[in-house]
Design a binder for this molecule. Structure first.
Ligand code: ADP
Ligand code: F6P
Length: 325
């Protein structure tokens, strides 16, 4: 339960930015202001919190933000906040600014930080915001939908030129240690192979045989979606070209996947999650994560959420393989 009455809610974005974070900031702020709370926007995640870089947000400050990529509050990765001293400083800044409650929008690293603020006596609700989709308690994270669509569009373009030149193309997508962007693009772009940390066995001979087999079956390209967690796309391309004699190119999509105007789904789900977070605080709940699980918006205890493990669907991996005949 929340330890004290809610008067002022601080909101911050932390870790890698994700399209839709602005929709969440806007929803948290307007839902809270509508309920009579004061809202403080904390700049640059936990770094800005420690530095006291905070400003009050009014409804008009959120105008024209829902369609914007990135985060209007800025974000950061703060080493100082990982230390007990940094966390104490952050809690003092909260108290000095009258912030009794905090909404943290970020990935599981940011959730660990939220847990620490809860330990410091601040009411805390976290919202999953990461393009990686690597948070176990939820089937949806803010930004994944936009990022995977951005990647898919880019890969379609690479596929065109790959077919024209009858090449093998390796396209590296983001995801840190997770293969969700790669798996979704593997299916959505009709890739011949996906290399993801959850399943890749590093059997390069199998990859080489598969590429030769692809062209022998009359296909005009061989598309490999390589997850960032496997990496080394350029050197892999050189080895494949040497082993197959087939021209091979590597493309690393990089940070373009994190930018751009959020999709309808990211605007909509982020808005619901933002409003839901404020309602949890109003109900007196703290140390919670908002989630979307089995078709419903729900919430979990942060400790419980962080202990959960996420696995990749073997069926989806198999579908990707089956579609490449
Ligand atoms: P994400 O939230 O996307 O997973 P990071 O892992 O970079 O991104 O975490 C974002 C920030 O959250 C870190 O820079 C740090 O300030 C804070 N954080 C991460 N892990 C911890 C931890 N174990 N304890 C306290 N704070 C943490
Ligand atoms: O977590 C989002 C993400 O884009 C990952 O996919 C990637 O590994 C990482 O952040 C990149 O971080 P940075 O922007 O610090 O290079």
């Amino acid at each position: 339960m929340a330890k004290k009455e809610i008067k002022t809610i601080g909101v911050l974005t932390s870790g890698g930015d994700a399209p839709g974070m602005n929709a969440a900031i806007r929803a948290v702020s307007r839902q809270a202001i509508g309920k009579g709370y004061k809202v403080m926007g904390i700049m640059r995640g936990y770094s800005g919190l420690i530095a006291g870089d905070i400003k009050q947000l009014h409804p008009r400050d959120l105008s024209d933000s829902i369609q914007k990529g990135g985060t209007i509050l800025g974000t950061a990765r703060s080493m100082e906040f990982k230390t007990p001293e940094g966390q104490k400083k952050a809690a003092k800044v909260c108290r000095d600014n009258g912030i009794d409650s905090l909404v943290v929008i970020g990935g599981d690293g940011s959730f660990k930080g939220a847990q620490k603020m809860s330990d410091q006596g601040i009411n805390v609700v976290a919202i999953p915001g990461t393009i990686d989709l690597d948070i176990a308690c939820t089937d949806y994270t803010i930004g994944f939908d936009t990022a995977v669509n951005t990647a898919m569009d880019a890969i379609d373009k690479v596929k065109d030129t790959s077919s024209s030149h009858q090449r093998c193309s390796i396209i590296e997508v983001m995801g840190r240690h997770a293969g969700y962007i790669a798996l979704w693009c593997g299916i959505a772009n009709g890739a011949e192979d996906i290399l993801i940390p959850e399943t890749y066995d590093y059997d390069e001979q199998r990859l080489v045989d598969n590429i030769i087999d692809t062209f022998s079956r009359g296909k005009r390209h061989h598309l490999i979606i390589n997850a960032e967690g496997i990496g080394h796309s350029a050197s892999l391309a050189r080895r494949i070209e040497a082993a197959t004699g087939i021209e091979t190119r590597a493309t690393i999509l990089g940070h373009m996947q994190r930018g751009g105007s959020p999709s309808c789904k990211d605007r909509m789900y982020a808005s619901i999650m933002g409003a839901y977070a404020v309602d949890l605080l109003t109900e007196g709940k703290t140390n919670r994560v908002v989630a979307y699980k089995n078709g419903e918006f729900t919430d979990f205890d942060i400790d419980e959420a962080l202990a959960m493990e996420k696995s990749i669907s073997e069926f989806e991996v198999q579908v990707c393989k089956n579609m490449s005949i």
